[in-house]
Design a binder for this molecule. Structure first.
Ligand code: CA
Length: 721
């Protein structure tokens, strides 16, 4: 289990100090603010409390993020089934016009689809034909991407009484007229001077639109807010970590939480962002929020004398009417590994040990699958769903994980499962009451955690507040390959009552798509390697697949129009793994072609052919730096560039591969881009607040070194084949 000693990989530098994820391979055409569709055909999103509560009585629609407030992502539609899924074909495709990641779950109401692409751009489409009704672009400044850990992605909209709500990447919450895409109101939900971003989908509960934010890699203080749907006025706000006690606490929950922190955490923000998951139980009138990691990651820096650091990595139950705290369950006390509990939460009713239970289920990053009583927060069971080395098990008596003492990397670096990308990340899972299984897209991969004695905290919003390992990269290709072999992905069918796997399907790599299950006995999931696949929900047998031409991370949905069932999925590779781990993305990786693909029985449309070949042309100049300068260049690259441009300067497909950049030959032009912001409009932020000219030059030298390495490898491969 504890194989950190087995692999001599302690020098692996796998803590990304992410920043500045803005540059796009080529500029996309500017969409107009609003493009009006044919108004006579435009329908409105007349969703209200009664319809959302009765969502199961209209399975033809997908009216909220997880289809129902329970967020099960199970469609009761069954025209498409295990018997006929082989006849599924492409009905229509809509081009999203972006090369950045696409993570949205579309909303479908009465024949209209509302969905988003990167940069929080909203599209309304005819759900039957894919025809564009309108587009709204909030015109997010492209260099805001410097505040993103994982790209300018967006996970979708919410609708309510003729309004469409989108959380814009720069922190605005915007209400649009569902008929036209015109702005009805907008409100800034964050301090724009801090590195807050919004990537998550809003939820609407009883006339309040609930929205969180991200930024825990940049030292923000997390919270979730509720705004009144009519005018955007703030209804309530709940912070997830306490502020400076000297300023007084917002509520009793913050007073309670402050007892679990030490040092002067408020100067570092604390983290705990609510960047993705929520669920709602209307009977209990409880809103559940998933809370993220600590900032900085290393608890020794954040809260030097330890403590649980509430409410990091917790599921918190709130009263949605006023935002008051009701209960919490902390999955990872004293979080120090980016083990967020922001992962998808599913509500279900099931019999456990002979008793009917209302449960909430989550498979957070830390590798354990939790089943809690959702009325009280009581832990009912927990078991690891991927390889876990940081803790042996979760003690049911105390509800706490039993940690390996070495896991806190106080003495030395540790190779540990799961990685900071999580055994499961944001990619939605799905629960089928028909099979009783939860289908989880899992990542089985390790990371090396360590404390850098030279770590310097920089002011909030200027860099990623992560403490990582610093040293020099080994050049041993076999070690690199050995590490690559540890990186795996699976679709896992998990039995939450038995807390064990029913079946699993090994995939080409990690970071695969979210999941949909249906009453037709099917599970749909897209893969990182560009296949959209239908599985038998009971057995995991693959029954149908479609080549999507691009990696898929988003989750599919199903809906019906005029008596025909559709399956729809947003395609387009993106997110943290896609950006950082280019080194370990499969050689046959696809380009990013972002689209909405929609399927129905008997359809047979084709996608236009694409050129798959992605070859970096290496022609690096002479390396002039000495060994010590290269180590400095590496450290700077790690701190400021790696999060977007990839580990070892190997691009993760979304951005230009720096090793092939012409700027490597021209140090003045390189400086103009990096320090002076010459490519700012294309999303490469001006880095003068972090780097001076000589530091930019050291980074250039490091990238030249990596380009020579890439060239050598490319030649070796050509000789081998
Ligand atoms: Ca994080």
């Amino acid at each position: 289990m504890h194989n950190n000693k087995v692999f001599s990989l302690s020098l692996w530098l796998l803590i990304p100090l992410l920043a500045a994820c803005g540059a796009e391979q080529k500029p996309s055409a500017d969409a107009p603010d609003v493009a009006f569709g044919n108004k006579s055909e435009v329908r409105v999103a007349q969703v209200d409390a009664a319809r959302l509560l009765g969502a199961d009585s209209e399975p033809q629609n997908w009216m909220s993020h997880g289809r129902t407030y329970s967020e099960q992502r199970y469609s009761p539609l069954q025209r498409v089934s295990t018997n006929n899924v082989a006849d599924l074909g492409l009905a229509w495709a809509f081009d999203l016009g972006t090369q950045r990641g696409v993570e949205a779950t579309p909303i479908v109401v009465d024949g209209t689809m509302y969905t988003t692409s990167s940069w929080s751009i909203v599209h309304a489409l005819d759900a039957k034909t894919g025809a564009l009704l309108w587009t709204y672009d909030p015109q997010v400044a492209r260099d805001k991407a410097g505040h993103a850990c994982c790209g300018p992605v967006n996970r979708g909209v919410a609708v309510w009484q003729g309004k469409v709500f989108v959380g814009a990447f720069d922190g605005r919450l915007i209400a649009l007229d569902a008929r036209s895409g015109e702005v009805l109101w907008e409100v800034m939900t964050v301090d724009p001077n801090q590195a807050y971003t919004i990537t998550g989908a809003p939820r609407v509960i009883n006339g309040k639109v609930i929205i969180g934010n991200g930024g825990a890699e940049f030292d923000v203080r997390g919270y979730v807010s509720a705004y009144n749907v009519e005018d955007g006025s703030l209804a309530w706000r709940f912070h997830t970590v306490p502020g400076n006690p000297a300023d007084g606490f917002e509520n009793d929950a913050m007073r309670l939480a402050a007892d679990t922190w030490t040092g002067e955490w408020w100067k570092l923000g604390g983290g705990g962002t609510v960047w993705d998951s929520m669920a709602y139980d209307p009977q209990l009138n409880l809103l559940y929020i998933g809370v993220g990691n600590g900032a900085p990651w290393n608890q020794q820096i954040r809260s030097p004398d330890g403590g649980d650091n509430l409410f990091l990595s917790s599921i918190v139950a709130l009263n949605p009417d006023n935002g008051e705290y009701v209960w919490h369950y902390q999955t990872t006390p004293g979080e120090t590994w980016d083990y967020t509990a922001t992962q998808h939460m599913i509500l279900a009713d099931m019999e456990i040990d002979g008793k009917p239970r209302k449960v909430i289920m989550q498979a957070p990053k830390n590798g354990f699958f939790y089943v809690l009583d959702r009325a009280s927060g009581e832990l009912l069971s927990a078991n690891n769903y991927v390889n876990v080395t940081w803790a042996s098990h979760v003690d049911l008596e105390s509800g706490r994980p039993v940690e390996d003492p070495a896991a806190r990397y106080k003495e030395q670096p540790v190779l540990q499962f799961p990685s900071y990308l999580g055994g499961h990340n944001w990619h939605p899972m799905s629960y089928s009451a028909q099979t009783g299984l939860v289908y989880v897209p899992v990542n089985d991969m390790p990371a090396v955690y360590g404390h850098d004695a030279g770590f310097e905290h920089r002011p909030a919003g200027t860099n990623m507040g992560i403490d990582g390992i610093v040293g020099s990269l080994p050049d041993d290709e076999s070690e690199r390959r050995a590490f690559g072999a540890l990186i795996k992905g699976r679709l896992l069918a998990w039995d939450p009552k038995k807390q064990s796997a029913a079946w699993s399907v090994e995939q080409a790599g990690p970071w695969n798509g979210g999941v949909l299950s249906t009453a037709g006995g099917l599970v749909f999931q897209g893969s990182a390697s560009g296949k959209f696949i239908a599985y038998n929900a009971a057995s995991g047998e693959s029954l149908w697949e479609f080549p999507a031409q691009t990696g898929i991370v988003a989750a599919p949905i199903s809906y019906e129009v005029d008596g025909e069932q559709y399956i729809s999925v947003s395609v387009g590779w993106g997110g943290a793994f896609a950006m950082v781990f280019g080194e370990y993305v499969q050689a046959e990786s696809l380009p990013n072609v972002s689209r909405v693909l929609t399927f129905k029985l008997g359809a047979g449309n084709q996608l236009p052919p694409v050129d798959w070949k992605r070859t970096v042309v290496f022609s690096p100049p002479e390396l002039t730096a000495d060994e010590q300068e290269l180590v400095q260049g590496f450290r700077l690259y790690q701190d400021t560039c790696m999060g977007c441009h990839g580990l070892n300067a190997v691009s993760g497909l979304l951005l230009p591969d720096l090793r092939g950049s012409g700027f490597l030959h021209d140090s003045a032009a390189w400086r103009a881009v990096v320090v002076e912001g010459r490519l700012k409009e294309r999303g490469m932020p001006q880095m003068d607040y972090l780097l001076n000219d000589s530091q930019a030059e050291l980074i250039r030298q490091y990238v030249i070194q990596q380009a020579w390495r890439g060239k050598k490898l490319q030649e070796q491969r050509a000789n081998d084949s």
